[in-house]
Each structure stands twice: as C-alpha cells, then as structure tokens.
Design a protein around this ligand. Structure first.
Ligand code: RB5
Length: 155
C-alpha cells in the first residue's frame, strides 16, 4: 500500500507530522509537496496527490490545507476520487466503510495533531463494507460519468 500525501502552506506542518507518523508505522508514502510554508495555491498540490490515487500509482491519499475544504473540493473533481474531509475518527472510519473514500482531507487550522493521527489511523484501517453501500457508491460513479464529461445526461 502506498499513500499519496500533499498540502498547501496552510497544511504543511500537519502534512510533515503525518509523514513522520506514516514512516514510523511502516507505511510507504509519496510526498507531492508543498515542501515549505511559503504561500502556494492548494489546487496545484491537491491535484497531484489526487491524480496519483486516481491513476493507481498510490492506493490512498491524505491531503492537508488550512481547513481541509479546498483540497477536498479539488480532489473530488478528479475522476475516481472520493475525498472525505474528516476531523473525527467516526467519520473517517465510515468514509471508508460506507463511501469507499480513497482520499482523506484534513485542516491544520481545525484539528490538533494528536487527534489528526487518530483520524489518519481510522481512515487507513477502515475497510469498505460493500453490501448495501455498493449500489450507492455505484450511483456516485454513475453521476460522475454522466455529469463530469464522460457522457451527456439522458434527455
Ligand atoms: C490558505 O490560506 C487556505 O485558504 C487554504 O489552506 C485552505 O484552508 C483552503 O481551503
């Protein structure tokens, strides 16, 4: 399993902290930047990590910004990405179990570091339950195909 990580300047400290944790836990990860606290545009870095997940180069993604919102919006524009902005462990776990989320987004200005690592754990250890959730995730994929450029909506 390889995890794509990325952030803008607003999430840089949290991304760095999470990267250290992932390494300690034995997870392979690829860091798509940014590499400093200098101001950058979050879409650039969210797109890199989300694309790595969508292409299959990475299995899951963790993307940080100030709130987790901007990077979540960007990641969810990438076909095949289901990004969840979670600041509690229950949501993080269910984003995997129910929504088959493949990207977690976090806000450095929202969450403390200790809880952030617990949220990361809940996300990484969560497993898609399929079952009754499968047709709903299929509908998300169908909506994406219909409204995100793959084909025109039915008349
Ligand atoms: C950067 O100032 C901030 O807008 C960004 O990190 C993020 O919170 C956007 O959603």
């Amino acid at each position: 399993m390889k995890i794509a990580i990325a952030s803008d300047h607003g999430g840089f400290q949290l991304k760095t902290y999470i990267a250290t944790y992932l390494a300690e836990q034995g997870y392979a990860y690829e860091d798509f930047g940014t590499m400093s606290a200098e101001s950058v545009d979050y879409p650039d870095f969210a797109l890199l990590a989300a694309t790595a997940v969508a292409s299959g180069d990475c299995d899951l993604g963790i993307i940080c910004c100030g709130t987790g919102i901007g990077v979540s919006i960007v990641a969810n524009k990438v076909k095949g990405i289901r990004a969840a902005n979670c600041h509690d462990t229950f949501s993080a776990r269910l984003s995997r179990e129910h929504n088959d989320a493949n990207v977690l987004t976090l806000g450095e200005r929202v969450i403390g570091r200790g809880l952030a690592l617990e949220v990361v754990d809940a996300f990484l250890q969560g497993r898609y339950a399929s079952g009754r959730h499968a047709c709903r995730v299929e509908k998300i994929i169908e909506i994406e195909a219909t409204f995100c450029g793959e084909r025109k909506p039915a008349p």
